[in-house]
Design a protein around this ligand. Structure first.
Ligand SMILES: Cc1ncc(COP(=O)(O)O)c(C=O)c1O
Length: 382
């Protein structure tokens, strides 16, 4: 069983992130239903968008995700070291001389240059192995990938390399969160065209995959053999247009325990810059969380926190490790819990709400919560 909030406080954490693994499992179940037969890859790069690995990855696998996706080899090794044996895709080619490591740990490589394909093939042959790879096609986002016109030529060369087998082809959508954007259709059509040309040169693709969370939720034609879901697996929305489009549950709450309370007279000013002036005599409490905990400094004077189910505005500047809240007549005492993200009673502060204050997206809000903030896992074990 996971820890209750009271138990996590007993452990003396000033600030902590509660991650409900039951919510992650629930969300994967919902995404599997929506994907209708296509496999679901759980995207767990960026420390599972801040939710924490290996627990988040494990929860996704328990709920039926069949594969995991990460950005870097080191992220994959962290999962392997934790005993996870499911296929793990690394979304970009690694720096030179990582091929042996990838082979040793059974990582599924993304390929888009002949140079890396050759390096991987040679490493596989040296280990007396033949390893599956997935070819990345650039259908218009222009991060990494083979351009459509170059893909078939490159694949003809890659398929002669004896240490690797082309198991899949994939691409990534640039604007799937903007539902009905014509560029998504353009990318989809190009992907279908390139995949067809690859198959016509004799490569049987076991996996064709294109959809991220937004496309999984809103464009069924993109599902193919597998969908790659990150943000929705954590119960967060890929964009404002999709809010409420499925029964997703946010998995993370960020909470902190108030470590000082004072009553200060009207006219006193708070925190760095003395930007906030008390309009009347009021209780002022200190929250031991700051921008080193991923609580952005631009939330100063803008964000609300929840204490005893009531909203209070962050008063003055967010510091590196703490910020202050004028709670007025609300008699908040040391030891009370402030909810920075999540629900308290009938009130909720969402990651989307914080993102709106600072001009970013919910992805960044949770992903920036660093490892110094302990993760408290709720509902461990399926
Ligand atoms: C290659 C790839 N696939 C899938 C995803 C998952 O995207 P989302 O979190 O929007 O589902 C990402 C994340 O950015 C990605 O880089």
């Amino acid at each position: 069983m996971g820890l209750t909030r009271a138990e996590s406080e007993d452990r003396g954490h000033g600030v902590w992130a509660e991650v409900d693994l039951g919510a992650i499992r629930h969300n994967i179940g919902i995404l599997r239903n929506i994907a209708r037969g296509a496999e679901v890859m759980g995207v767990v790069k960026g420390y599972a968008y801040g939710h924490g690995n290996p627990a988040s990855a494990q929860a996704m696998l328990e709920a039926g995700a069949t594969r995991l996706g990460v950005a870097r080899v080191a992220e994959a090794l962290h999962l392997r070291d934790a005993g996870i044996s499911a296929p793990i895709h690394v979304f970009t080619e690694p720096p030179p001389r990582s091929a042996d490591t990838m082979i040793d740990h059974d990582l599924t490589a993304t390929i888009y240059t002949e140079a890396f394909a050759r390096e991987l093939s040679e490493a596989a042959l040296a280990a007396r192995r033949r390893v599956p790879v997935h070819v990345k096609i650039d259908t218009g986002m222009h991060r990494v990938g083979l351009l459509a016109d170059d893909a078939v030529g490159a694949i003809k060369a890659i398929k002669t390399m004896e240490g690797i087998v082309i198991e899949g082809a994939w691409s990534h959508l640039a604007v799937a969160d903007l539902v009905d954007h014509p560029f998504t259709r353009k990318q989809l059509d190009l992907f279908v065209d390139v995949v067809g040309r690859i198959e016509r040169v004799g490569v049987k693709l076991r996996y064709r995959h294109l959809a991220n969370s937004a496309a999984t939720l809103s464009v069924p034609e993109t599902h193919f053999d597998m969908v790659r879901c990150g943000i929705a697996a954590y119960g967060l929305w890929p964009g404002p247009v999709l809010v409420g489009s499925a029964d997703l549950r946010p998995a993370m709450a960020l909470r902190a325990r108030i470590n000082q309370d004072k009553v200060l007279p009207a006219g006193e000013r708070l925190s760095y810059g003395l930007d906030y002036e008390l309009p009347k005599t009021a209780r002022v409490v200190t929250v031991p969380a700051g921008y080193a905990d991923g609580y952005d400094r631009r939330l100063s004077g803008r964000a609300d926190v929840l204490i005893d189910g009531r909203r209070h505005r962050v008063s003055g500047t967010v510091c590196m490790d703490q910020f202050l809240v004028d709670t007025g007549d609300h008699e908040v005492k040391v030891g009370a819990v402030a909810t920075l993200i999540g629900a308290d009673g009938s009130e909720t502060v969402s990651a989307e709400e914080l993102a709106g204050h600072i001009g970013t997206i919910n992805y960044e809000v949770t992903t920036r919560i660093p490892s110094r903030v302990p993760r408290i896992y709720l509902n461990e074990g399926a």
